[in-house]
Design a protein around this ligand. Structure first.
Ligand code: HXC
Length: 514
């Protein structure tokens, strides 16, 4: 008798784990995609996955819609490198991973668990969006998910892997999570697909061009990471999780033992900065020199490359790095880079991750394109994000820091805690050439040799203003440091600030200038 019941369970389990059946699993594999269960197995520690709601089906209101166990999603919990997470994966082999009423109940159940426990939730998306046959019930289900995404924002880390078509409602939930990883040639996200685009706008566009990983990784910024394949995708998620805490009440994990000397100096660092301030150089080289083991885990690598953001460790502690990248737009701040940096700062602040800012920027990017698309609105988000953040904030100016961009990049009065500058730092309202053109316009107009005069005036200006010492005289720069000591000086500041507590006035929430 007992044996019969156990046998029945085994048969049910086998049937449920076969998703939409052998044929559809084969079709999934033939598209170069793994199944929902194979994906979860790649993400979690071996043997740690506990699947819940395996036998859920839709209510059967529409008899033409076949019932499958699981109803289009595999959900449950397990560990990543020994740390608890909750997970859901849309199962494309079941009704195209479309979201019905019961699918949404399964997903919201694991989201609720993750919130109560205080641990990350990872969503793996491969879905045709709202299940057409379930009408408003499925739309309602998305509403439930969006509400939970919002409640969880800033409380537990939410991470999305986009590995397949993600249409309609299946894109808005990922957009509300903290990080989206898209897999090249497989992940596609769009509110309306190419067919609708053709119908409405008479435009021919492929799935990949419209909403592929490259498009969202480099143009829209929806994807924070572009993975080469599914294995790379889950490796990236595991690495990301290793830097961040389980929830907003915990500190990020500290390395059990130091793997790089906190007092390591780099005499070559100064040579990475070209003598000519208008020559390009790669800020990533400077970041790699100062962080533990040269390991910089870059976020949004392909999007708004004029600013760099990402995680690293310094003295074993997780830090969020924000830096101008002189290789692109000379490191000027524009709309996309302001949005990118502001969002990253807000993630770090939500999850107790100190912020290290490295500055070399000529200013905000001028021009009608930027003005008309809202650089004022978007650029000021960066100011807002730095002001709002109460985690330890350490800023080091290594090159140019002009005008509004000087203020925006973690300056003292945005409440940075420790502000360093290299002796090469140039802190002023405008760059020398632009400044002398304005303040010496009349003299230059009447000068017999205007270019020579301009050169001399610019040199005088640089000597007088474009250095860190005026700022150091006012205490706006705390220490002018020898470049080779950048790493140990930042680590000492991080240690000094480890117990920092800073309050902000009570409010329901701020009204960030979206
Ligand atoms: C029900 C769906 C479905 C859906 C796919 N299927 N999408 N079933 N509702 N939304 C089913 C198909 O009938 C098929 O069933 C199986 O899933 C696989 O679909 P295919 O079309 O054969 O696969 P493929 O060629 O790979 O194309 C995948 C796709 C396409 C690009 C996702 O299916 C598609 O365009 N689907 C519709 C997308 C959409 O417009 N969704 C509604 C969004 S509106 P069988 O039985 O053959 O396996 C929305 C509202 C929420 O989400 C908005 C909130 C803000």
């Amino acid at each position: 008798m007992h044996e019969e019941k156990v046998k029945r369970l085994a048969a049910l389990k086998k049937s449920a784990e076969n998703g939409g059946g052998d044929e559809r699993i084969e079709a999934q594999h033939s598209k170069g995609k793994l199944t929902a269960r194979e994906r979860i197995a790649l993400l979690l520690d071996e043997g740690s996955f506990v699947e819940i709601d395996k036998y859920v089906t839709h209510r059967g209101d529409d008899p033409t819609v076949q019932k499958f166990y699981g109803d289009g999603a595999v959900t449950g919990f397990g560990t990543v490198n020994g740390r608890q997470i909750f997970v859901f994966a849309y199962d494309f082999t079941v009704l195209g991973g479309s979201l019905g009423e019961m699918t949404s109940k399964k997903i919201t159940k694991v989201m609720d668990h993750a919130m109560k426990v205080g641990c990350p939730i990872v969503g793996i998306i491969d879905s045709g969006g709202a299940r057409i046959q379930e009408g408003v019930n499925s739309l309602d289900g998305y509403g439930d998910i969006f509400f939970r995404n919002t409640m969880a924002s800033g409380v537990i880390p939410q991470i999305t892997a986009s590995i397949g078509p993600c249409a309609g409602g299946a894109v808005y939930s990922p957009a509300m999570t903290d990080f989206v990883v898209m897999v090249e040639n497989i992940g596609q996200m769009f509110v309306t697909g190419p067919e609708v685009v053709k119908e409405v706008l008479s435009q021919e566009v492929s799935f990949e061009e419209l909403g592929g990983a490259r498009a969202h990784g480099s143009k829209s910024g929806v994807a924070h990471f572009v993975a080469k394949n599914e294995y790379d995708c889950f490796d990236k998620i595991k690495k990301l999780l290793s830097f961040i805490p389980q929830n907003n009440a915990e500190e990020p994990p500290m390395m059990a033992e130091l793997t790089d000397d906190p007092n390591r100096v780099d005499p070559n660092l100064i040579n990475m900065l070209p003598e000519n301030p208008y020559q390009q150089y790669d800020m990533k080289e400077i970041i790699k020199s100062v962080v533990d083991n040269g390991d910089f885990f870059e976020v949004h690598e392909l999007f708004a490359e004029n600013v760099l953001v990402g995680f690293a460790r310094m003295g074993g502690r997780t830090v969020g790095i924000i830096a101008n990248q002189p290789m692109y737009l000379a490191g000027a701040l524009d709309i996309n880079s302001s949005n990118k940096a502001a969002r990253f700062i807000r993630f770090c602040d939500s999850f107790n991750i100190p912020i290290v800012t490295l500055v070399d920027t000529p200013g905000y990017l001028p021009g009608t394109d930027q003005e008309h698309n809202g650089i004022i609105r978007h650029g000021s988000k960066l100011l807002y994000a730095y002001c709002e953040a109460t985690v330890p904030k350490i800023t080091c100016i290594i090159g140019k820091a002009y005008g509004g961009a000087y203020i925006a990049m973690g300056s003292k009065n945005l409440r940075a805690d420790v502000n360093y500058a290299w002796p090469n730092a140039e802190i002023a309202v405008l760059g020398p050439e632009a400044a002398v053109t304005i303040i010496h316009r009349k003299e230059l107009k009447n000068a017999p040799d205007a270019p020579a005069m301009k050169k001399k005036l610019a040199k005088d200006y640089r000597d007088k203003f474009a250095n860190p010492y005026l700022a150091a005289e006012r205490g706006i720069i705390d220490v002018v440091i020898d470049p080779m000591e950048t790493r140990p000086m930042i680590i000492r500041a991080l240690e000094a600030l480890a117990n920092k507590k800073e309050a902000r006035p009570w409010k329901k929430h701020g009204n960030i200038n979206l």
